[in-house]
Ligand binder design. Structure first.
Ligand code: BG6
Length: 477
């Protein structure tokens, strides 16, 4: 692995406010959508039911995000551990509801702003570059319940105010930003990024595509504000990328794979990075009966304020099958599809595919020719600590090592890769299941699915391994 990674390569780790902070009702914070989503393996099923309307039901459900890993109070200790690993950057998100509790207030909460001042300053004191996601699956609950989520155009103004507040407050010391986390994930779970329930349009293409349009306009406004605030800022989009394979060489499956890749992997980034709706958008809308409300000025904004880099998450590939009714489905793979017989899967059924990452990097760079930033990747696994709280997580090391090798190969292919922030660098609450036991961390947090335990932090074997990877700039993996 000699000399593959550029000298300024941004090695780090990633979290999101709602999955680590806890303190869900402290210092003026309002409720976010995730605060009203129960934990448990069937979490995404519960929110997809026609009855679900964010009513809190503590008698029958647990809400693990309320406590998280208490990063809100323990961020100094956590960031010191990241520094010990040698992190060059730390990706985290700002909880919108700490700044605007219901999303609609005209004045921000100073306590919330102060908190992120401290988080940013702690990073900088350790020589860690903050990388901030403005909105990571944690929109104010009020914007979902009273406005019906992102399909409502009024959210653009509320988001713009939030983005302006944080970009002007922190934009002189934070250089790297992203607008919406996994903006395209709404194709599969629209509740998280668009705040849509079945009652408010989660199953309607019209609602999803309108929500995306409103988010594209909002994202362009954030890019505009960022660049006006500080010309040094680099602000990216953030998409969930799953390399698609056709199940076989049947042209029908190949065509379906092409269509799925456009509709899922590229649609949002084509607009945010390319500055316009792609050629296939019209037929995509027509085939689903979508008629977009595009207001005067929207397309100009989108054109003028494109993102500087492509941030993306990569966990798995997906195998597209239209013609083989007997193909086994990939149980558990977040994005569904057929079971790929060439791949192993995680304990949660996510198919592990480092070669797919090299393909993803090449496909994205080929299309956009903008720097790429892998802002999430990792293995959710069950960790069993020994009596000294030590976890020999060789399975996680193997996963990360294979993906880092794929990154090095892609760099040799000519891809421009800025950095790598493995997901959940410290154990946190899972997005899709609300579990603590689905652990990604290099740092173990002693909490169970009910968020009971000491909350103490322990270095896993992967902590020491990643420390060495960073120290040698990816040469000794
Ligand atoms: C991404 C999200 O989809 O994957 C994160 O941006 C999430 O919020 C991560 O936690 C891993 O997913 P999960 O469901 O295993 O937590």
């Amino acid at each position: 692995m000699k000399g593959k990674f550029p000298q300024d390569f941004m090695w780090g780790g990633a979290t999101a406010a709602n999955q680590v902070e806890g303190a869900y009702d402290q210092d003026g914070k309002g409720l976010s959508i995730v605060d009203a989503i129960p934990g448990g393996k069937d979490r995404l099923k519960i929110v997809s039911s026609p009855e679900f309307d964010f009513t809190l039901d503590p008698a029958n459900h647990t809400y693990p995000n309320h406590k998280g890993i208490d990063h809100y109070h323990r961020f100094q200790e956590d960031i010191a551990l990241f520094a010990e690993m040698g992190f060059k950057c730390y990706r985290f998100s700002i909880a919108w509801t700490r700044i605007y509790p219901n999303g609609v207030e005209q004045e921000p909460e100073e306590a919330g702003l102060k908190h992120y001042d401290q988080v940013i300053d702690a990073c900088i004191a350790h020589g860690i570059e903050p990388v901030i996601t403005i909105s990571h699956y944690e929109m104010p609950l009020h914007l979902a319940t009273a406005f019906g989520g992102w399909k409502n155009r009024e959210l653009i103004g509320h988001f713009e105010r939030f983005a302006r507040t944080v970009l002007t407050r922190y934009g002189h010391k934070v250089k790297y930003w992203m607008t919406f986390n996994e903006i395209n994930s709404a194709a599969h779970f629209p509740i998280m990024s668009q705040g849509l329930t079945v009652k408010t349009g989660a199953l309607e293409a019209q609602a999803k595509f309108q929500a995306w349009h409103n988010q594209f306009v909002a994202s362009s406004l954030a890019v505009k504000i960022a660049h006006e605030t500080n010309a040094q800022i680099q602000i990216g989009c953030m998409i969930l990328f799953a390399t698609n394979y056709a199940y076989d060489c049947n042209p029908v499956n190949q065509l379906e794979t092409l269509k799925e890749t456009q509709a899922f992997n590229f649609y949002c980034a084509d607009v945010q990075a390319g500055g316009k709706y792609p050629y296939y958008a019209k037929s995509l809308w027509q085939s689903q009966g979508v008629e977009l409300d595009i207001q005067p000025g929207d397309l100009e904004l989108i054109k003028q304020h494109t993102v500087d880099y492509i941030g993306f998450s990569y966990y798995m590939s997906s195998t597209i099958n239209k013609t083989n009714p007997d193909a086994v489905t990939a149980q558990g793979n977040l994005l569904g599809g057929a079971r790929n017989p060439f791949l192993e899967a995680s304990d949660w059924g996510w198919e592990i595919d480092p070669v797919g990452l090299r393909i993803a990097l090449n496909q994205l760079y080929d299309r956009y020719e903008k720097p790429l930033f892998i802002v999430e990747n990792g293995l959710g696994a069950v960790d069993k600590p020994d009596e000294n709280h030590y976890i020999a997580d060789d399975y996680r090391i193997n996963y990360l090592r294979q993906h880092i090798e794929a990154m090095a190969e892609a760099i040799e292919d000519g891809v421009e890769l800025m950095g790598y922030t493995p997901w959940g660098c410290i154990d946190l609450v899972s997005m899709s299941t609300g579990e603590m036991s689905k652990r990604y961390g290099l740092i173990y947090v002693d909490l169970d699915d009910k968020i009971s335990g000491t909350g103490n932090r322990y270095r896993k074997k992967s902590f020491h391994w990643y420390q060495k990877v960073i120290a040698t700039n990816g040469e000794d993996i």
